[in-house]
Design a binder for this molecule. Sequence first.
Ligand SMILES: NC(=O)c1ccc[n+]([C@@H]2O[C@H](COP(=O)([O-])OP(=O)(O)OC[C@H]3O[C@@H](n4cnc5c(N)ncnc54)[C@H](OP(=O)(O)O)[C@@H]3O)[C@@H](O)[C@H]2O)c1
Length: 403
Amino acid sequence: MELKTILGYLKDKIILVTGATGFLAMVFLEKILRVQPNVEKVYLLVRAPDTNSAKDRMHNEIIGKALFKVLREKLGADFDNFISKKVVAVPGDVTFENLGVKDIKLREEMFNGVQIILNSAATTNFDERYDIALDVNTFGVLHLLSFAKKCLKLEMLLHISTAYVCGEREGLIPEDLSSFMDEKVKGTTKFNFQVQEKKVVEEKLNDLKAEGASEENIRSTMKDFGIERAKLYGWPNTYVFTKAMGEIFLENSKGNLPLVIIRPTVVTSTYKEPFPGWIQGFRTIDSVIAGYCKGKLTCLLADPMSVFDMGLKFVNKASGQYFEDIYVNYSRKLTLVMRLVELYKPYMLFKGIFDDSNSRELQKLTSECYIDAKEFNFDPKCIDWEDYIMNTHIPGLRKHVLV
Ligand SMILES: NC(=O)c1ccc[n+]([C@@H]2O[C@H](COP(=O)([O-])OP(=O)(O)OC[C@H]3O[C@@H](n4cnc5c(N)ncnc54)[C@H](OP(=O)(O)O)[C@@H]3O)[C@@H](O)[C@H]2O)c1
């Protein structure tokens, strides 16, 4: 068999990335630009009212970040020129049709050119307002899908989901969740499921407005409403429920589209590239680590026998780290603490083990078929997890987040 290269595949490609001001997509962007400078173009869909604001966000919140320092050093004086040639900031929003891209010429250019789409845009708050989470994580995916279908040269739609679309489960959790998802939403066809949730949200908002509810009241009611709807269907929180609905719609409506769904577990800082320990903002596990380091969170309820799963970079991995030595103290701010306990409990006491056969199969195939597979290594077995947490992740958190 003729050996191919991943870099060769990426050469001359036109890529659209959503969610690039976020952690995961930013790491993706940096890697592509660093290892394959001959990528043709990368469009970044950025929430902004106009092109100039989108450009500003791109420079301040993406390219200007420390993550790009290796690329900046590599290119020296050519860096700015390289970025302006290769990266295009597109003002938009996944909650709108055509991803909110208003410039018709630019939209046509994208429909005619884009070959790969990475959809990383999401709202990742576990208890986001239901109307917002539904708009971004569920209907946003549908807008993305219809945009993708208009891209004449599309080779791959890469959608970032989450491993926890599985809900609360025990034992081995298969990667093919379709029968499980079908069972969860049984009694509701894909069509009425979609219409129904939109309708209940509209009704709820109308009722609140009719009652003259304040903005704060609407916000907290819609947050609670999301959790209520999620639990009604069997998911623990609004985030995973709306992500799961996004996946269901994607599966049901993808047609012939070449679709890859990646389900990371808990994403932590970079392992080695472009340098160890880069992270942006507090991720799920990091609020716990930071609270513990600052002495604010002395204890946290957890099952010491639960397997804690962390996925680095792109692919969901079973890493099997045990969380021990952390117990809960409920003395202050009881209501807030109880809410956090409710939100995190399903994960701290999670009894499932993710089957990673597909990921392992992918590792095997890439190493057999691509000469440069090592440059894109995603085998978690090569990681000394204790060393990584103590000497890479926590120092990275202190340097890049707790500053
Ligand atoms: N981080 C994890 O541990 C983890 C684990 C499993 C799965 N995931 C999944 O991985 C993906 C990326 O996660 P992340 O940690 O990188 O998230 P993140 O840092 O919270 O970033 C989310 C991104 O989505 C963008 N976004 C939100 N609403 C949008 C909208 N309406 N239109 C366009 N863009 C919008 C945000 O833009 P703004 O800057 O404008 O807000 C931001 O760029 C998500 O799909 C998430 O569900 C993450």
